[in-house]
Design a protein around this ligand. Sequence first.
Ligand SMILES: [Fe+2]
Ligand SMILES: [Fe+2]
Length: 171
Amino acid sequence: MEASATAPSKGIFDSANLEAREHLVELLCKAYWMEMETVMSYLAASVNLDGVRAQEVKESLATDIEEELGHAKRFAERIKELYGVVPGSEGFAAEQSFLQPPDEQTDIVHVIRGVIKAETGAIEHYTRIVEETEGVDPVTQDMTIAILHDEQGHRRLFEGFLREYEIEGVA
Ligand SMILES: [Fe+2]
Ligand SMILES: [Fe+2]
């Protein structure tokens, strides 16, 4: 009768892991909101910016919007899989004060710095999720690592944009 002594583990879906699962859903909801706010901020910036030199940044942001929305969808789906509920719009609280439209719509550096800050925030939060899911939920960890990789790419690209302005002494 020793076979029934320990049931096979279902990992994060084990009832013994209820608390860990609920905590993870909270972290994923925060990630979901970060992505949704990024979609709003990048959409506004991709339209608002003026000037010949803004075109590259605008196009890059326009591409990112789709990627960030894709991230939001993946976080939402994972929240559902973990028996959580994807929050409604009343649960949203804006945090990207640094990514509000600049006074002058030719102020590309303001937007570049804002994007770098947003991406850095995402990288920090997703790194935390990767750490906290270690040995707990490899599926969420794997998904988050892929998204983290995207954010590192976004951040690196905008660091390059900023560097160009720094070299010219504009930033
Ligand atoms: Fe993202
Ligand atoms: Fe991003």
